[in-house]
Design a protein. Structure first.
Length: 101
């Protein structure tokens, strides 16, 4: 079959004239995939330190927000003010918060 395909009498598949063309195409696609994966791995390694730092900052922010929520709840427990669950949150103008670990 392969020899008749190479001679041009038959086609192995509609998209590929010979079995050799099919495997060359598969090999090329795998090589391109490997290049993409190596690039993705390189990008991850280059940004690893920043991602770890960002994760730490978000953990600190979560601790801060939990402490603020507890503080606000305890302040409103003994008063007749609106409970914290019913209070609206107004972010207004942007403010920066920097946490140091």
């Amino acid at each position: 079959l392969e020899e008749s395909c190479r001679a041009g009498k038959d086609r192995y598949l509609p998209d590929f004239r010979t079995l050799q063309e099919l495997y060359q195409n598969k090999l090329m696609r795998q090589e391109n995939l490997a290049k993409q994966l190596r690039k993705q791995q390189r990008d991850i390694k280059e940004n690893e330190e920043f991602c770890i730092e960002q994760k730490s900052m978000f953990a600190n922010l979560q601790k801060l927000l939990c402490a603020k929520t507890k503080s606000t709840q305890s302040r409103h427990e003994n008063s007749n003010d609106t409970p914290i669950e019913e209070m609206g949150v107004d972010f207004g103008a942007s403010q920066m918060l920097r946490l140091h670990s």
